[in-house]
Every structure is written in structure tokens, then in C-alpha cells.
Design a protein around this ligand. Structure first.
Ligand code: GTP
Ligand code: MG
Length: 315
């Protein structure tokens, strides 16, 4: 795409043209030289960085249902809202993500809402880097907040916390004693904890146990993160969660710059990792004979890596 057409697409996207935004998002997602050009183009006339709200949690916790409610609430305040739904477990943008589309269907016709689902397929540099590039694009064309939904699996839940300014960890009530066994990673990253499916009978006990666990975890005078019980399907408890979120959003001048600096540093790291991974793959593709020897077990992995990688200063 020529420089001029990126510029005109950016102009149209900022004026609210969905198709233009979708075209720019595809460029960002694909990565490569054109995405670099897009980033430079979008620096002209970009609004201040959008508030990135990460929603993470176990599969099926009701994240998408919750996001849909949050979108409604932010729309009522007149915000232009973008949603990036990322599924690291799915190689296709179909299947699991189809559910997201159904649950967010009510916003499909709203010109003030942009929704993009992403999966691992076709991401040159990996999902973390690609979803970040998409969020950058949406922020730069004026969506604020940008809501990022991810299934919390392993490293990805830590990545989403680094990629977001505010992280909501969504849990569902299970048996009380399982609270202790919840993945420590999830507990650490929440700026707020949400217990969704509060309509389930086990909810009250779960919330009580989780509150106690959170209080124990935050020693050294640190406040535990707020905990909200919600029923995303009916909207029960949503008002309190939204009040907390709007208050945090409204006070962004006092906290966001610091988080944004951390986020940019992380984004740089993830971009570099993505580029190094691509370089490694290209290097391997250029050495089919050595690769075949490794595959047949004739050359060891350590030995092959030694041959392929020049020694660094640190060695
Ligand atoms: N009982 C009850 N069901 C809910 C609630 N919120 C969501 N659900 C249901 O739970 C199921 C999963 O909801 P989703 O919003 O797709 O959950 P998700 O966390 O986005 O799922 P993945 O993206 O697949 O991980 C759907 O059938 C929802 O209708 C709730 O508060 N109570
Ligand atoms: Mg979902």
C-alpha cells in the first residue's frame, strides 16, 4: 500500500470509517515493512494514548459477555470503544472466537465500536506482538478505551498485564478450597478481580475465600485489589465494577504515564523478540542440509546452534 493511501486511510479511520480502520488493522496485524510505515504514518496527528483495559481469565469465565457489557457502559458515556479479542489457544479466527462474535453481536451495527478477533494463524512475529500492533493502531485512530480480551494461559496472562494499563482478572466460583490453588500468576496481575457468574450457588463462599486470600497476599501495607462480583448475563454487579473503572479512567492523569512507559518498554521487547524469531527461522530455512542432519540425529542441537550462531560478546 502506498504512503498516500495509508495517509488517506488514517484520515478516514479517524473520522470513524470502519472499513478504513479494518484495512489499517490488517496492515498492523501482518507486520513487516508496511506495518512499520503505518506506525510512522499514524504518529502524525495521533490522539493521546488510549486507556488499554485487559480482560483475562480462565476459558469460559464470561469474559466476552462482560466485555460486551463494558462496551455498552462506555458507549453510554460517548466513548469510541475498540475490542481486541485474542485467543492464544486457537490457530484459527473461527471456532472459539465465533462465540465472541455472537456475544458482541449487539455492537456490530454501532459505528462507535470496533471489534477485532485474533488467533495465532498467520502472525509472523507471534500473537503478543501482533495484538499489540493492532491495539496501537486502534489507539492511534482515536478509539479509547481499547479493551483486550485474552484467555489466561501461561505466559499470555503475564503478557496481557504488560500490554494493558488496567487488568481485570475474571474468575468464576468453584469450590472454596480451590481458591488457594488458583494460579499465582493470575492473582498477581489484577488491578481488580472480578468473580463472574455470581448467580451460581457457590458464589458467596468463593468471594469470601478469595477476599481472605487476597488480603493475605498483599502484605507490606499494600491495599488488596478491589473485588467485584458480577453476573455478566443479567448485568447484576456491573454498575459497581463500571464505577470503579470510570473512576480509574477519569484519574488517568495521575497514573497512566507510568504504566504507559512500562508498556512501551514491553512492546519494544516483544517486537524485538518477534524479529529475532523471524531471523532465526530465515537462518534455518537457508541451512536445509544441517537441519536435515539434526532431524536425523546426526548432529546434536547444541552443536548445530553453535555452528549457526556467531558467538556474542558475552560468550
Ligand atoms: N450463569 C452465568 N453464565 C454466564 C455468565 N456470564 C457468562 N455466562 C455464560 O458463560 C458462557 C461463556 O461466556 P463467554 O462470555 O463466551 O466467556 P469467555 O470467558 O469469553 O469464553 P472464552 O473466550 O471462550 O474463554 C456463555 O454461555 C455465557 O452465556 C454469568 O454471569 N452467569
Ligand atoms: Mg471470549
Amino acid at each position: 500500500m502506498a504512503e498516500a493511501s495509508l495517509a488517506s486511510l488514517a484520515l478516514a479511520a479517524r473520522a470513524g470509517d470502519h472499513r478504513a480502520t479494518a484495512a489499517l488493522v490488517r496492515v498492523a496485524e501482518r507486520g513487516g515493512a508496511e506495518a512499520d510505515r503505518l506506525e510512522r504514518e499514524l504518529r502524525h496527528g495521533a490522539p493521546p494514548a488510549a486507556h488499554r483495559i485487559g480482560i483475562t481469565g480462565v476459558p469460559g469465565a464470561g469474559k466476552s459477555t462482560l466485555v460486551s457489557q463494558l462496551v455498552t457502559a462506555f458507549r453510554q458515556r460517548g466513548a469510541r470503544v475498540a475490542v481486541v479479542a485474542v485467543d492464544p489457544s486457537s490457530p484459527f479466527t473461527g471456532g472459539a472466537l465465533l462465540g465472541d462474535r455472537v456475544r458482541m453481536q449487539q455492537h456490530a451495527e454501532d459505528p462507535g465500536v470496533f471489534i477485532r478477533s485474533m488467533a495465532t494463524r498467520g502472525m509472523l512475529g507471534g500473537l503478543a506482538q501482533a495484538s499489540n500492533a493492532v491495539a496501537d493502531t486502534l489507539s492511534a485512530v482515536g478509539y479509547d478505551p481499547v479493551i483486550i480480551e485474552t484467555v489466561g494461559v501461561g505466559q499470555d496472562e503475564l503478557d496481557i498485564a504488560a500490554a494493558a494499563h488496567t487488568t481485570l482478572v475474571v474468575l468464576v466460583p468453584t469450590l472454596g478450597d480451590e481458591v488457594q490453588g488458583l494460579k499465582a500468576g493470575l492473582m498477581e496481575i489484577g488491578d481488580a478481580m472480578v468473580v463472574n457468574k455470581a448467580d451460581l450457588p457457590s458464589s458467596a463462599g468463593f468471594v469470601r475465600d478469595l477476599r481472605a486470600t487476597l488480603a493475605l497476599r498483599r502484605v507490606n501495607g499494600q491495599e488488596p485489589p478491589p473485588l467485584h462480583a458480577t453476573t455478566a448475563t443479567t448485568g447484576e454487579g456491573l454498575a459497581a465494577l463500571c464505577d470503579w473503572l470510570f473512576a480509574r479512567d477519569g484519574a488517568r492523569d495521575s497514573w497512566m504515564a507510568e504504566r504507559e512507559a512500562v508498556r512501551r518498554r514491553w512492546a519494544l521487547e516483544s517486537e524485538m523478540v518477534a524479529r529475532i524469531r523471524q531471523a532465526v527461522r530465515a537462518r534455518l530455512a537457508a541451512e536445509p542440509e544441517l537441519c536435515a542432519q539434526v532431524e536425523r540425529g546426526e548432529v546434536g542441537t547444541q552443536e548445530a546452534a553453535e555452528l549457526l550462531m556467531p558467538p556474542t560478546e558475552a560468550d
